[in-house]
Design a protein around this ligand. Structure first.
Ligand code: ADP
Ligand code: MG
Ligand code: ZN
Length: 633
């Protein structure tokens, strides 16, 4: 781009100017002779002992030059040494004397005459000094500070006066070549975004019947799953301008700058409609305002920015064809106000890819590299469970680099193996990469949940089981679809829910004879449910109908600490026993259930390990034990 070059030129010019000023001032200072201020009495002494060469009288001062060695050398400071080094005279001969106000000139003149000292009068001129110290140096300092600030706030110094000018990049249609073809393995997200593209292309079609085009689309997914890529692809497919800005760029050290940026961004976007505004890493500004009041006024800037964003989103109407997309990997920290209808009301989950998805992504990125014949990307995909798109792209790239280093003509399987090992080593620090044994355990654990859920009468049906790790805590996941919105639950339904929670652990017990730490969260939730049944819902005969809670103190409310028990030790013991009994009863029931279905459990777990995600018909068949007869495909 042309303006950028121009900008850079101006930038270096400004630097040159400042540097030149500094040098000039330094030189002037160094060349000025060393002077010393001496008291009037001393001066008179020097006059009387003929140690003065000449003097100039000004209104307030006497300036003069003493004869060599008349003045003491005094301590030499750093500036003297610098002078010496620069070959400037460090000899001390120039002095100044402050004149005593109101004292007559005549006697002094007479004295000077008597000692034959050359003297003149001089009108005091401090013009140069005033200029340097009063203007040039302060100005230089100010310019320097200002430039540093500008670099933080805006682009180069050319944008100096537009403090809140946003520094988003504008990608015009010509530049933006990303399409859905560049995204693989996230088919569900892609399918949802195809609709957004259609909104942008034919807004009329949707408004014909009075429908309202969504304003905001929030892409949610772990880092590296392709959220940024998808947003660009939407813009590329719709062939509209793409305004992008990262959430962290909004938040600056000055209160109000972020808000000004948001305003500016929307203003520019409105001019270019239809277009897409993309706010990457929304959580940087969109963090929940509640609970962020740790310090008084601590998050003013972010809050103002967020408020401005909310106001802008409310203020424009999407019929003009401006769609706001945003991405986050932490939807749970977002302020609720952002997720309200009329703002980011559409959420698109961008999942980590499954086996087939990973193969597709590998294939996509492998297009750019020269592969040796006979490379099976499916094998690489099978070795990389839990990898996100960015990790896979990284593997392909690493492999190509490794092969090049070994001067090969094509990337071979061994290069991929090595690349995987490298990337895995990097990932293991960041997140979980499961070993074969762990995958085995997780598969049985999840299938345990699923199998119990299909076996008990009152559980919500399972619609998806996966062993693709999500986040830090969840190694696998069993998704149950509630058949209807629940407001009331019966005792047997609650018991079945506990049973499903225990299913994972029981499966581990049955298959391995021991348990892992993986059921920790399940047990917590099961215990909590059981305790609620006993203490709040009156579902235990021994404890009875009374509810038991904690009288929470005002300050510690909801904090989980403190609070006084409202019941006796004896009751507390009974409650604990009842909770225990309920859990044990359910545990035995689940154990019986899974023991009879152990063969199905094992075969279904194998199927899950193979495909990583099971849903729909394949899940149903696996849970019915039909995958057994099929064998290992
Ligand atoms: P996110 O924004 O979700 O953190 P990015 O979109 O920045 O992830 O992805 C980083 C890079 O990883 C992309 O530029 C692309 O090369 C690669 N990548 C990630 N996901 C995919 C995918 N689904 N298909 C193809 N490439 C992907
Ligand atoms: Mg991103
Ligand atoms: Zn579990």
């Amino acid at each position: 781009m042309k303006p950028r070059l121009n900008q850079r030129l101006q930038f270096s010019l400004a630097y040159l100017l400042v540097a030149a000023t500094v040098l000039l001032v330094l030189q002037a200072w160094l060349q000025a002779p060393r002077t010393v201020e001496i008291p009037m009495s001393r001066f008179l002494d020097l006059v009387r002992s003929d140690k003065i060469e000449k003097v100039a009288l000004t209104e307030r001062q006497i300036q003069g030059i003493a004869k060599p060695d008349a003045l003491p050398a005094g301590p030499t400071g750093a500036s003297d040494r610098l002078r010496q080094w620069l070959n400037q005279s460090a000899e001390l001969r120039v002095f100044t004397v402050t004149r005593i106000p109101g004292v007559e000139e005549a006697p002094l003149v007479a004295e000077l005459e008597r000692h034959k000292i050359e003297f003149t009068g001089r009108i005091e001129s401090t013009f140069v000094r005033d200029l340097v110290f009063g203007w040039i140096i302060p100005l230089g300092v100010m310019i320097a500070i200002w430039m540093v600030l500008m670099r933080r706030v805006g682009g180069g110094p050319t944008q100096a006066l537009s403090f809140g000018r946003s520094k988003h990049k504008i990608f015009d249609r010509k530049e933006l070549k990303t399409t859905f073809g560049d995204v693989a393995g996230v088919d569900e997200a892609k399918a949802e975004l195809v609709e957004i593209v259609d909104f942008l292309k034919n807004p009329r079609k949707y408004q014909r019947l009075g429908g309202r085009i969504p304003k905001g689309v929030l892409l949610v997914g772990t880092p590296g799953t392709g959220k940024t890529l998808l947003a660009r692809a939407v813009a590329g497919e719709a062939d509209v301008p793409f305004f992008t800005l990262s959430g962290s760029e909004f938040v600056e050290m000055f209160v109000g700058v972020g808000a000004a940026r948001v305003r500016d961004l929307f203003e520019q976007a409105k001019d270019k409609a239809p277009c897409i505004i993309f706010i990457d890493e929304l959580d940087a500004i969109g963090k929940s305002r509640a609970g962020s009041t740790g310090f008084i006024g601590g998050h003013d800037e972010r809050e103002q920015t967020l408020n401005q964003l909310l106001a802008e989103m409310d203020g424009f109407d999407s019929s003009k064809g401006v769609i706001i997309m945003a991405a986050t990997n932490r939807p749970e920290v977002l302020d609720q106000a952002l997720l309200r209808p009329g703002r980011f009301d559409r959420q698109v989950v961008v999942d980590k890819p499954d086996l087939r998805g990973r193969e597709a992504i590998l294939r996509l990125h492998a297009r750019a590299v020269v592969l040796a014949p006979g490379i099976d990307l499916g094998v690489i995909a099978a070795r990389t469970p839990g990898f996100a798109g960015a990790d896979l792209a990284n593997i392909v790239n690493e492999a190509a680099l490794l092969a090049a280093r070994k001067e090969k003509n094509a990337v071979e399987m061994s290069d991929f193996e090595e690349a995987i090992d490298r990337v895995v080593a990097g990932l293991e620090k960041k997140s979980r990469v499961l070993s074969e044994k762990e995958r085995d355990i997780v598969a049985h654990h999840e299938m345990g949940h699923a199998l119990v859920a299909t076996s008990v009468p009152h559980a919500d049906p399972v619609h998806k089981v996966t062993i693709i790790p999500r986040g830090v805590a969840a190694l696998g996941m069993t998704y149950q679809l509630p058949t209807e919105e629940r407001f009331l639950m019966t005792r047997s339904e609650l018991e079945d829910r506990i049973a499903v929670l225990l299913g994972g652990r029981v499966a581990e017990e049955l298959v391995y004879g021991e348990v892992s730490t993986g059921a920790h969260n399940d047990l917590e939730r099961a215990t909590e449910l059981a305790r609620l049944m006993v203490t709040k819902y009156g579902m235990s005969e021994r404890v009875g109908l009374a509810t038991y809670g904690e009288r929470s103190s005002l300050f510690l409310k909801g904090s989980g600490i403190g609070g006084e028990r409202e019941y006796s030790e004896a009751t507390a013991r009974t409650i604990d026993e009842e909770v225990r009994a309920l859990l044990e009863r359910t545990h035995d029931r689940v154990r019986g259930m899974l023991t009879t279905k152990k063969a199905v459990l094992v075969s279904a777990a194998q199927e899950l390990k193979r495909t990583e995600t099971l849903e729909g018909e394949r899940l149903r068949r696996a849970l019915a034990g039909e995958s057994m007869t099929e064998g290992a495909r």
